[in-house]
Design a protein around this ligand. Sequence first.
Ligand code: DX5
Ligand code: ZN
Length: 256
Amino acid sequence: MDPCAAHTDAGHKSLPVLARNATYDREENTMTFNRSIKIAPSILSADFANFGAEIQAIEAQGADWVHIDVMDGHFVPNLTFGPPAVKAFRPHVKTVMDVHLMISPVDAYIDAYADAGADILTAHIEAGPHTHRTLQAIRGAGMKAGVALNPGTPAHAVEHLLDLTDLICVMTVNPGFGGQKFIDMTDKIRTLRAMIGDREVHIEIDGGVDTTTAPLVAAAGADVLVAGSAVFRGGSVDMPSVYGDNIKAIRAAAQG
Ligand code: DX5
Ligand code: ZN
C-alpha cells in the first residue's frame, strides 16, 4: 500500500481553507504585519467551563490576539484541547486565533487545525526532526507558520527556517503549565531579532509575562506577549474590567 495514501485524499486536503472562509466572516486585515506590542492572553488561565464568554471578554477588554495552548500529555506533561474544541472557540475569536501546539508528532494534525480555523499555527522545533517540512505544510494549509523554542534550545536552531516562518515563539518557561516563573531569555531574543532583520517575522514570548518581565522582553525585540495568569488574575466574565486593567498594565509596561 502506498505509505502516503492517507495524505492523498484531495478532498480532505482542500477542505480546510474553503471551510474557514465560508464559515467565518472575518476581517482580512487582522494579520497585517507590524511590530507594535500585541497582548495575547492564553485561555489556559480562563474558566474552562466558559470559554466562549471568556474569549469575548478578553477581546472586549483589549486583547490583540487569543492564544490557545494545545497540549498532548506526551510532548508536555499536561493535556488540554484538541481540534474540535479549537473549532468551537473559532466563532468567538474576532481578532487572531494563535494556536500553540505542544504536541508530537505535529504533521498529522495540521489539516485538522486549519479546519478548526487557526490563523497562526506554531509547532515546537523540538517536536520532531523535520520542522522545515512542518512549516511548509502549515503555510500550505493556509495558515501563518510559527516555530517555538524551549528555553534550552539556542537561537541558531532556526537560522535556516527564517524564510519559512511568520513567528518565532520564545518560551520563557518550560512548556506544560501556566503560572510558572519567568526564565530570562533576553539574550536569545536579541540574537533572534538581529537574525530576523527586515523579514516580517514576529517574536512572541510565552511564559511568566507580567508587568515586571514585559519591559525586558519588549526592549530585547519581542512584539507579541502571551500572558495567562497576569491577564486573568482577579477577573471573571462578571468582572471583565479587571482583564482590561491587566492588559493595559502589561502593554504600558512593555511600551515603557
Ligand atoms: C505554557 C503555555 C503558556 C502559558 C502562559 O506551556 O504555553 O502559554 O499558558 O501562562 P503564564 O502567563 O501564566 O505563564
Ligand atoms: Zn503558549
